[in-house]
Design a protein around this ligand. Structure first.
Ligand code: ADQ
Length: 485
């Protein structure tokens, strides 16, 4: 019987920290918050865990390594930084990851820049991650790699002769075969994924898309569908187990954080500022997948079609700056600004501005206060792996709030029955859903949101971690159970 791993190593593009400067200019480490970190924290502590990722700084920086070493005691697990040169950041992160995989996997192939030099750097940086993993890996470690920037890590590890148990979770969608076929490195990406022992997707749709691509492009593999999870069998390597594990949030933590005196205060200020008006809320990273321009147009169509709603409703759109070094993102920022000013220019009346546009990362308390104040959330990505904002609003929003959700968000697979689902490309259909949201009887709204909360309580972030690790045959304690494949 082989020796079974009992340590856990998480590998992600970025480490769950940021480096900030103290008043005297010396750098210090701030632990990041967020669902993934919160859920993995206790497990990493129990399992004498390690987290490997890019620190966010340029090149090798000894200070970062020293800071991380010191932080290990207070954080409870160790962290090791990958250092990336400027060129690597450009070609691996902005290039292959965010100008090829990101748009293609979100069905937006026209936004891809298939620059051949990106692939070489992607391979090279994935090798760098693998080399750092190899330095800190022991025979009893389970390695769990996160997301699309690191697809090739298992392949690089195998080339280094590491025969570890390795799992991978894809946070973004997996596209339909007609789209995937456009990728010049399609076989390499599929073969890279098949070096993992367990592959997790957000939804059944993503999983099926992946299996169809495997069947079409890799005729030498077989798929065994007889067990709980499909198993991809190869002639010359370990089988790959595949499943879908919809990611979630910690609803208890969100509810508690949304009901502190500070948030109460901010909530009252928002509600007072908007007086009796209905508040519709959009919250997104700056990204063309989030459907922000189409959403603004839908709001404009609502005001046009139902003029009686003018002065009675406002859209608050929060956009968090992201990836502005890529021209597509800088262009999107312009488009959004232009649309906001056109719509506001057309409809604003004394004491009423239709769209409140916030372009910055809000402090968490303010974001939670907006969730609480909003009568409806308008979440209309053109495509999204999951979309956690939808779950956060359902949990923190008012007891009679309404969730309007794109049918192309992974979250719709779980939440569509109790939300108003829309095709985000359908401007008039989305406007109509908005009208339905603000005219829906209160009891109906209460019933729907309580069902959404029930589902999110049941399938929370801890359920996600547990289910994935169980599929990997890893117990919460970090020990791999006997018989893992
Ligand atoms: P993202 O594309 O970043 O994540 P999302 O799931 O909506 O999208 O998560 C955004 C997170 O940022 C939320 O937790 C939200 O609270 C936070 N946030 C949003 N606006 C903020 C603001 N103004 N200030 C501070 N924080 C803010 C990717 C995939 C998603 C998938 C997640 C997790 O694209 O589809 O759901 O990973 O797997």
């Amino acid at each position: 019987m082989q020796e079974l791993p009992n340590r856990l190593m998480i590998v992600s593009n970025r480490l769950p920290i940021s480096i900030a400067e103290q008043a005297d200019g010396t750098p210090t480490i701030k632990p990041a918050s967020g669902g993934l970190v919160t859920a993995l924290d206790p497990i990493l502590r129990q399992a004498r865990g390690t987290w490997i990722g890019w620190s966010g700084t340029n090149e090798a920086d000894q200070t970062v390594d020293q800071l991380l070493e010191h932080a290990a005691n207070s954080i409870g697990y160790s962290m090791h930084a990958i250092h990336l040169s400027q060129e690597e950041q450009e070609k691996f992160y902005l290039g292959f990851s965010n100008e090829i995989i990101w748009p293609l996997f979100h069905d937006l192939q026209s936004r891809c820049n298939f620059d051949p030099s990106y692939w070489t750097t992607y391979e090279q940086v994935n090798r760098k991650y693998a080399e750092t993993i190899a330095q800190h890996y022991r025979d009893d470690t389970y390695i769990w790699v996160q997301d699309y920037q690191l697809i090739n890590v298992a392949c690089e590890l195998r080339q280094l002769g590491i025969d570890a148990h390795i799992g991978f979770f894809l946070h973004i969608p997996f596209p339909h075969i007609d789209i995937f076929l456009k990728l010049p490195w399609r076989e390499q990406i599929l073969n890279g994924l098949l070096e993992y022992d367990l592959l997790g997707f957000q939804t059944n749709r993503d999983l099926n898309n992946f299996l169809i691509c495997v069947e079409a492009l890799l005729p030498d593999v077989e798929i065994d569908r007889s067990g709980e999870y499909p198993l991809i069998l190869h002639a010359d390597r370990n089988p790959t187990k595949v499943g879908f594990f919809p990611i979630s949030i910690d609803p208890q933590e969100f509810r508690a954080a949304a009901h502190t005196p500070n948030v109460d205060n901010l909530y009252s200020q928002i509600r007072e500022a908007f007086s009796e008006r209905k508040i519709i809320l959009g919250v997104d990273r700056l990204d063309y997948t989030k459907g922000i321009p189409d959403r603004l147009q839908a709001f404009s169509a609502l005001l046009e079609t139902y003029p009686e709603l003018q002065q009675k409703i406002s859209l608050t759109q929060v956009v968090v700056p992201s990836r502005e070094d890529i021209s597509e993102y800088a262009d999107l920022k312009q488009t959004i600004q232009q649309l906001v000013s056109e719509i506001n220019g057309k409809y604003t009346k004394i004491g009423w501005v239709p769209i409140h546009y916030i372009f910055r990362s809000l402090p968490r308390e303010e974001l939670l206060a907006y969730y609480r104040a909003a009568h409806a959330a308008l979440i209309t990505p053109l495509k999204d792996g999951m979309n956690l904002v939808a779950k956060e609003y359902a949990v923190c929003g008012p007891d009679d709030g309404v969730l309007i959700l794109s049918e192309f968000a992974g979250a719709a697979m779980q939440l569509s029955e109790h939300s108003l689902t829309v095709n985000p490309y359908d401007i008039n259909g989305t406007a109509q859903a908005l009208y339905n949201a603000v005219t829906m009887p209160r009891l109906e709204r209460i019933e729907h949101i309580s069902k959404l909360r029930h589902s999110i309580n049941q399938y929370d972030i801890y359920w996600w971690v547990d289910t994935f690790l169980q599929a990997a045959n890893v117990k919460r304690s970090g020990a791999i159970e006997q018989g893992s494949s």
